[in-house]
Design a protein around this ligand. Structure first.
Ligand code: DHB
Length: 402
């Protein structure tokens, strides 16, 4: 379906499209679908192979609005077949469980459906529709973003130069975005925060230890008991950011996890993957410059607590796709001029929620007695109050995109 054509006007290797999308993650793929629906051509490039994209382990929680969108764009989404609807989570506070009942509080749910499964569905959908996706192509920079003909300068896996001339360039290229420099000036220019801890994550072969996710605040630190399938479980515990993931034995990992979830006997099994997740909050100072814009992790990063990352990326894309349709089909510049402001409205709410869940549930290494008592008071003021639980449920299940 792509109308990409070699043009003599630029250079021998230049191809032309309406929207050049850098990054074949959830944001880039959903954007290409929404654009195609509006009759707009796009080309996606990604430096990874398709197999890499489909197997990298990421978070697993989809908001209600994300699931509604996936169902609307993909009749073959396996979100209801492979994924699992979750109607709540448990906040465990020093061994005492408090359920947050999502449908009862806000009439919405979330789905446990790992991101790499979403990517398998979206790649099959887009490739099946004839979308031009070039794997193994690395973007170097974006030129002429302020002009009507921005260009992505890239090279293929074997080093051959590739140039894409477009009406608009979108950076959906993750936290190490190359497009960001053309939009925000210096690549790292933005609002930034680091945290004095990280998550040690494992995948193990075991039955689930609980029906729903448990976010546990304990005297020895935070742990999250999540799931992947009836046979595979995902769990995390708070650790030092510089921990060596290989240094702990399986027995030490289980002891650490078990000590942090008092009240539940974890069902143990072979650990077949371990990783360390860094915690940072970031929002780029600019989300759009001329004919280039950022979405998803290229525009912002959240700490993982609350699993907002992919959901926020998709919310950005919904706003941007409408603005690009107005610009490229209707010749109306106003929605693209308002893109950053509209997207930032949700981004900062999600930044707050992710920071809040993180600071409310983890133990800071330099926490004083005052901090610990205050945190316990904060947790009680959430779990003991319908207003508190509703605030959490509203944010966790995702604010309607509108
Ligand atoms: C998962 C990750 C999260 O960050 C979270 O808040 C909940 C679940 C997960 O990977 O399963």
């Amino acid at each position: 379906m792509s109308t990409a054509a070699t043009t003599a006007a630029t250079s021998a290797a230049a191809i032309r499209t309406q929207v050049a999308i850098v990054g074949a993650g959830p944001a880039g793929l959903v954007l290409s679908h929404l654009l195609a629906d509006a009759g707009i051509d796009s080309i996606i490039i990604d430096q990874r192979s398709r197999a890499d994209i489909e197997t990298t382990i990421r978070a697993g929680i989809l908001e209600q609005g994300t699931v509604d969108l996936l169902r609307a764009i993909d009749p073959h989404t396996r979100v209801d077949e492979v994924g699992m609807r979750h109607d709540g989570i448990e906040l465990r506070v020093r061994g005492e469980g408090h359920r947050i009942d999502f449908p009862g509080l806000v009439g919405r749910s979330v789905w446990l459906y790992p991101q790499h499964e979403v990517l398998k569905d979206l790649l099959a959908l887009r490739l099946g529709a004839g979308q031009d996706i070039r794997f193994g192509v690395t973007a170097e920079r974006v030129d002429d973003a302020a002009s009507a003909r921005p260009r992505v300068i890239a090279h293929t896996a074997d080093g051959a130069p590739l140039e894409i001339e477009a009406d608009f360039v979108v950076g959906a290229d993750g936290s190490r975005s190359v497009v960001r420099a053309a939009v925000a000036g210096a690549s790292g220019d933005g609002y930034f925060r680091e945290y004095p801890f990280a998550w040690f994550g494992i995948l193990c072969e075991a039955p689930p230890s609980a029906d729903e996710l448990i976010y546990s605040n304990s005297d020895s630190g935070f742990a999250l008991i999540s799931q992947r399938s009836p046979e595979v479980q995902r769990m995390y515990f708070q650790c030092a950011p510089d921990i060596d993931a290989a240094a702990m034995t399986d027995a030490e990992i289980w002891d650490t996890l078990q000590a942090r979830v008092p009240g539940t006997t974890l069902r143990e099994g072979p650990i077949f993957q371990r990783d360390v997740l860094r915690f940072r909050s970031f929002v780029a100072r600019e989300l759009r410059h001329g004919r280039a814009a950022l979405v998803g992790d290229a525009a912002h990063t959240v700490p993982p607590t609350g699993a907002k990352g992919m959901n926020l990326a998709i919310a950005d894309v919904i706003v941007l796709a409408r603005a690009l349709e107005a610009l490229l089909v209707g010749g109306d510049e106003r929605p693209i001029d308002g893109y950053a402001e509209r997207a930032l409205d949700r981004i900062w709410k999600a930044q707050h929620f992710s920071w809040w869940m993180t600071s409310m549930l983890h133990t800071a290494p330099d926490a004083t007695e005052f901090d610990r008592h205050r945190q316990a008071g904060e947790l009680r003021s959430v779990v003991e109050s319908e207003a508190g639980r509703t605030f959490l449920a509203e944010a966790y299940t995702g604010w309607p995109v509108g």
